[in-house]
Design a protein around this ligand. Structure first.
Ligand code: GLV
Ligand code: MN
Ligand code: MN
Length: 410
């Protein structure tokens, strides 16, 4: 198996083709989970899985599996290779899609080479991004038993839709119970989405851990009043309070010694008028840290700040948790297999922490898991400018192929 390589043209062609599916009138890639655009992408993926001779299975949370099963390996726990194909709004084409299509490519290459595996299959998880329905990594979380299926299907989206109904509408409310397959191992190949590999000139990241993630929605209630007549001392300005929270988070994360990052990515004021003091501000906080103790300290400091702020600005503040995931350490054995594969291929490799959330974080709860990263140009992601050079994509997929073959031979 050592000389086996993936079909580079097929993989790169599919990445481009999938990247062209699910674009809005302005040309933005908007394949957000369980939308009509997501359906188009899913349909194309299922077509490829079928062409590869894989058995298709969809579970009740909409995760798609292409299973390579034969008489010799029936009943064996599978090696899962995958990621997600849902996207953020105005996304790049690699995030998630690369891992799914490279997983498919690895399986097809092994099939074509006459490899007789104990196991493999490929998977695309539902709603990894969490843009429309919270939390993120929902499909893998439910699959791993970390969230009740009914609760997840009842999730209300940012557009007022219900996930379960949307999955039915797009034809991806499957029949299998999440968790119907018990993985032997899970390997996710992904673009780094950060600057480390490019900056250090390294080809392959062997991802050994992933930072903790805390998502909250904050609602601040003040009082609407006239912008011209209300003295500054008499205001209950929800907008000012929101701005102070943003400043607090940026200052605190900026001063952190443990790589805390904090983002306010959405905000809405009411009534949202130029000459009315905001009566209400609603915004989200995405807070992350590789160290659970530090993440808890940051959450506690934020909660204390919100209490003080409510008193000093004369507003009421409500904080709601949308997602909370602890940092995850991946399987040391698979991380070593990735390093061995890179070394054998003559590629530079380093161990690293993932800044982004990934499905591997959830599947690691139920099976040995790890991730492979390839460089992202300029560290840019969640942006249409996201880019990884074709040669780097192919190199990463070949490492995945080798690791999959090793795991499937067990
Ligand atoms: C997933 O893309 C995340 O928010 O890390
Ligand atoms: Mn992703
Ligand atoms: Mn993403």
């Amino acid at each position: 198996m050592s000389n086996l390589t993936i079909n580079a043209g097929r993989l790169l062609g599919r990445i481009q083709e999938l990247g062209g599916i699910g674009r809005d009138a302005q040309g933005r890639l908007v394949r957000v989970a369980a939308s009509d655009m997501d359906r188009l992408g899913r349909d194309r993926l299922v077509g490829w899985l079928r062409e590869a001779g894989l058995e298709i299975a969809v579970d009740r949370i909409g995760n798609i599996f292409g299973i390579w099963r034969d008489d010799a390996n029936a009943g064996q726990a599978p090696v899962m290779l995958g990621s997600h194909i849902d996207t953020v709004i105005d996304a790049g084409i690699y995030d998630g899609c690369y891992g799914v299509l490279a997983g498919l490519e690895a399986i097809e290459s092994l099939k074509e080479a006459g490899f007789a595996p104990a196991r493999p299959l490929v998977v695309a998880f539902t709603n990894e991004e969490g843009v429309r329905f919270s939390p993120d990594m929902m499909g893998s979380l439910v699959f791993a038993g970390g969230r009740d299926l009914g609760e997840a299907l009842a999730s209300v989206g940012t557009d007022g839709t219900v996930l379960g109904k949307e999955l039915e509408r797009i034809g991806y409310a499957g029949i299998h119970e999440p968790g119907f397959l018990k993985p032997h191992a899970y390997v996710e190949l992904h673009v780094e989405q950060g600057p480390v590999l490019e900056r250090e000139g390294i080809a392959i990241g062997a991802v050994e851990n992933l930072q903790g993630i805390s998502w909250q929605r904050i609602t601040i209630a003040g009082e609407a009043n006239h912008a011209g007549t209300t003295p500054m001392s008499m205001r209950k300005d929800a907008g000012v309070a929101a701005a102070r929270v943003i400043g607090f988070l940026a200052d605190r994360a900026g001063a952190s010694s443990t790589r805390t990052v904090a983002t306010v990515g959405t905000i809405a004021f009411e009534p949202n008028a130029i000459n009315v003091i905001p009566s209400r501000a609603t915004f989200t906080i995405d807070l992350r840290d590789p160290n659970e103790t530090h993440l808890r300290e940051q959450e506690a400091a934020l909660a204390a700040f919100l209490d003080e702020l409510a008193a000093s600005v004369g507003v009421t503040i409500h904080a709601e948790s949308l997602a909370r995931f602890e940092p995850m350490t991946f399987d040391a054995g698979i991380v070593s297999l990735i390093e061995d594969g890179a070394r054998a291929a003559g590629l530079s490799c380093r161990r690293m922490t993932s800044g982004a959330g990934h499905d591997a974080q959830m599947i690691a709860r139920i099976a040995p898991s790890a991730m492979i990263f390839v460089p992202s140009r300029g560290g840019i992601s969640h942006n249409p400018a996201e880019f990884t050079a074709p040669g780097e994509l192919v190199a990463g997929a070949n490492i995945l192929l080798g690791v999959a073959a090793r795991l499937a031979a067990d």
